[in-house]
Design a protein around this ligand. Structure first.
Ligand SMILES: Cc1cc2nc3c(=O)[nH]c(=O)nc-3n(C[C@H](O)[C@H](O)[C@H](O)COP(=O)(O)OP(=O)(O)OC[C@H]3O[C@@H](n4cnc5c(N)ncnc54)[C@H](O)[C@@H]3O)c2cc1C
Length: 366
């Protein structure tokens, strides 16, 4: 049986670990990933700020695959031909499969806006953070103006990380965070939003909310309202959007192009296709946000169901809930934590986050 794993996201890293421990004679496994390095977003802002080294925050997928006896191919899957059970890659390879699983994450929303690709540094792929850190640390003159588009958790973490990095380097950057909604940390509870807003204010990050970017030019962002924001560096941390591969392959998707799966994490169009993480839309659970926590929680169910499917055994339901620990880093070894009714900020939440993130990396690297 040939199992293809597409993308080295959180769930597939778990599958690699499982395969390392109990390599099934059932499978010939290949992991195909666009990037050889799989960066872990939970530690991204900490890396940007200088709290972590680059080697702390990525998996070398080829080495991981080697330890599990899995073939690794650095390439991008651009199309699936469901009837023939084949995929096509960017480099032109055609590969067949018996079962395929997608954990390819999501792209950055807004890239299609005029000028974004030419005049901004994008936070995805996360490997770009290396260049962003280098520029912020060493190349920008003092008092430069930085604009960050995105007011969700990622945008806020990045803005605060750059603020702390610049403080450490005695640079006086003027940072503006731009959001299309009227609140920061959309999707989080009110206490988290209030604490987030307080930290941004204390950090003197200028907020421009409720404004949609129309075009980007070499040194300014122009909003649909006509407002213009000049900058020396623009960082794009907009929300998530689906890669086009599922729509191109005529697999059933939701209206945003994410692969529609049932509660077994199995494509509704084809039982031989599974998925996890940002790239899927589970039927009846469209409220789920695009956060790595879900990919981590789906991983064991994905593993069980691929195995059970191949052995024609009954599969397990995945039932998401939003009752989990959320921690957003606010820089300088501080964070905001929320769990049920408890909301905390300061060093303790950061300590917990640091432990969870380091543990995740250690557990899967081994
Ligand atoms: C700065 C930042 C901070 C974040 N912090 C957190 C946090 O603290 N907690 C949290 O829960 N979430 C966080 N998120 C969100 C989180 O990153 C995503 O929800 C999560 O990464 C999704 O995981 P995934 O397993 O779906 O895929 P990913 O982790 O995105 O991995 C997908 C991989 O697939 C590869 N790939 C893509 N397309 C293809 C293709 N066609 N063929 C082959 N390979 C492909 C990509 O190169 C990528 O390596 C953060 C996001 C950002 C940007």
């Amino acid at each position: 049986m040939k199992l293809l794993l597409v993308g080295g996201g959180h769930a597939h890293v778990h599958l690699i670990k499982k395969l390392r421990k109990n390599k099934s004679a059932l499978y010939e496994v290949t992991l195909i990933s666009k990037d050889e390095r799989q960066y872990y977003s939970g530690m991204a802002s900490g890396y940007l700020e200088g709290l972590y080294e680059e080697t702390d925050i990525y998996f070398d997928l080829k080495s991981l695959c080697d330890t599990a006896g899995i073939d690794f191919l650095c390439d991008e899957v651009i199309r699936v031909e469901n009837d023939k059970k084949i995929i096509e890659t960017r480099s032109g390879m055609i590969m067949n499969y018996d079962v395929i699983s997608f954990d390819i994450g999501s792209d950055l929303a807004g890239r299609e806006i005029d000028g974004v690709d030419d005049f901004s540094l994008k936070i995805k792929p996360l490997g770009n953070l290396k260049e962003i850190r280098f520029i912020c640390e060493t190349m920008l003159p003092n008092s430069s103006k930085l604009a960050i588009v995105g007011s969700g958790a990622a945008g806020m973490e990045i803005a605060l990380a750059i603020k702390n990095l610049s403080d450490k380097k005695n640079k006086k950057y003027k940072i503006t965070m731009i959001g299309s909604s009227n609140e920061v940390l959309k999707g989080y509870n009110q206490k988290m939003k209030t604490l987030g807003l307080n930290v941004l204010e204390q950090s003197r990050i200028n907020l421009v909310m409720n404004e949609r970017v129309k075009t980007v030019e070499s040194s300014k962002v122009i909003m649909e309202s006509g407002l213009e924001i000049s900058n020396d560096l623009l960082i794009w941390a907009g929300g998530s959007k689906s890669y086009g591969v599922f729509s191109k392959s005529h697999l059933l998707t939701n209206e945003k192009g994410y692969m529609r799966v049932n509660s077994y994490l199995q494509s509704e169009t084809s039982p031989h296709i599974f998925g996890a993480g940002d790239c899927i839309a589970i039927r009846n659970y469209d409220w789920m946000r695009k956060i790595g926590v879900y990919a981590v929680k789906e991983a064991p169910v994905l593993w069980t169901n691929i195995n059970r499917f191949l052995k024609s055994k009954p599969m397990k339901d995945y039932k998401p809930n939003n009752n989990f620990l959320s921690i957003v880093s606010t820089g300088n070894k501080s964070a905001i934590l929320s769990y049920n009714d408890i909301v905390l900020d300061g060093f303790l939440p950061w300590l917990i986050k640091n432990y969870i993130d380091r543990h995740f990396m250690r557990k899967h690297k081994r």
